[in-house]
Design a protein around this ligand. Structure first.
Ligand SMILES: [Zn+2]
Length: 359
């Protein structure tokens, strides 16, 4: 009898594992991009503001429409034509579907720490370049059989080598204007471009376009199982109070993700076995109070975020309009679960996002 129970449980274990079709994961973040724009498109208050939108005529022509549904399609066509059909969009608070930071700080390092370690550690409370003590899910996956040296991160912001503790984790992290050592004409050109480009966000932030093309070239050449791309411009432009650029940067990133997904879905290594997860590190403040430019504990609602998931294990629920509450810390165990692993944080066991892992 014991033997039969053992056999049955073994069969169950094998069948649950076999259910996961995801073999690769691509994680993408847009720094400080608000849920209000994800679900409502361009904000009427900000796009009409003389203070924040220099080219109001041009922006209205490009991104304005009568309803939020039309506006969001104009701003993020890939989100609303593809993910809304084939994946899930979570965090529309107008439908009481909530996604929040679990950490109490609502700024970048604590947010990325929460995304990748699943642990909203209150000791992580600064953007300083300090080695993260917490194990992250990329590091955990990089140690698993078949995933060794198949995990890589490309980010515009230069603090990621510390957030992901590149030294300890051994995950390849390429950030800001860091030269790559990969040998091909395209990598060489991209190196030249990133050394020459105008550093319009300072030395600490590479233009998102360059981060993307370096990451894409790496994906095509080295075929990682887990790829992370961290975009940054939305946050910088919002802090600068430049809504024109904030919108245009989000629109560009939407196109880049569409381009990447187009490639993924024709490559035999990735097609129908890759899950895409898109999210943000924190929210921002309210438009009417002119607090959309900022975030952090002093800005009400800046802990409100969103996420999008699409892949072979994620049911096509589209925009989720049912009441619910998810937290950023659930992303790390979701990444692991989709690949068939159980990632326990230093803090406690956090459950994956149920709808993303087919529950
Ligand atoms: Zn941020």
């Amino acid at each position: 009898m014991k033997y039969i129970v053992y056999l049955l449980s073994l069969c169950f274990a094998i069948s649950t594992n076999a259910q996961s079709k995801t073999e690769n994961i691509i994680v993408i973040t847009l720094d400080g991009f608000r849920w209000q724009e994800v679900f409502g498109g361009a904000d009427s208050v900000i796009i009409n503001s003389e203070k924040f939108t220099e080219d109001r005529k041009g922006m209205i022509e490009k991104f304005w429409a009568a309803t939020p549904d039309e506006r969001r399609k104009k701003l993020l066509p890939f989100f609303w034509n593809t993910i809304a059909q084939q994946g899930q969009l979570l965090g529309n608070r107008w439908h009481s579907n909530f996604v929040n930071n679990a950490n109490p700080y609502w700024f970048s390092y604590p947010g990325y720490n929460e995304i990748f370690t699943g642990y909203p550690d209150t000791a992580v409370n600064s953007n300083d370049k300090r080695w993260n003590k917490n194990e992250n899910v990329l590091e955990f996956i990089n140690k698993q059989k078949g995933f060794e040296n198949k995990v890589a991160a490309f980010t515009s912001w230069d603090v990621f080598p510390w957030i992901l503790n590149e030294e300890r984790s051994k995950v390849y992290v390429n950030s800001a204007f860091e030269t790559t050592n990969f040998n091909s004409p395209t990598f060489k050109l991209l190196n030249e471009m990133q050394q020459t480009t105008t550093r319009f966000m300072g030395d600490g932030v590479r233009p998102d376009l360059l981060t993307f093309y370096i990451a894409k070239e790496y994906l095509k050449t080295y075929k990682p199982r887990v790829l992370y791309i961290g975009f940054d411009e939305t946050d910088d432009f919002a802090h600068a109070g430049k809504y024109d650029y904030y919108l245009q940067s989000a629109y560009m990133v939407d196109q880049l993700i569409a381009d990447l997904w187009g490639w993924v879905q024709i490559d035999p290594n990735y097609k129908n076995k890759t899950t895409l997860i898109i999210t943000t590190d924190h929210g921002r403040g309210d438009a009417k109070k002119e607090q959309w430019t900022s975030h952090g504990t002093k800005v009400p609602d800046a802990g409100q975020i969103w996420m999008a998931v699409m892949g072979p294990d994620t049911e096509a629920k589209g925009e989720v309009k049912t009441p619910g509450q998810l937290y950023q810390k659930q992303i790390a165990p979701t990444i692991a679960a989709l690949l068939g692993f159980d990632f326990k944080t230093a803090f406690s066991k956090t459950e994956p996002v149920p709808s993303a892992v087919g529950k």
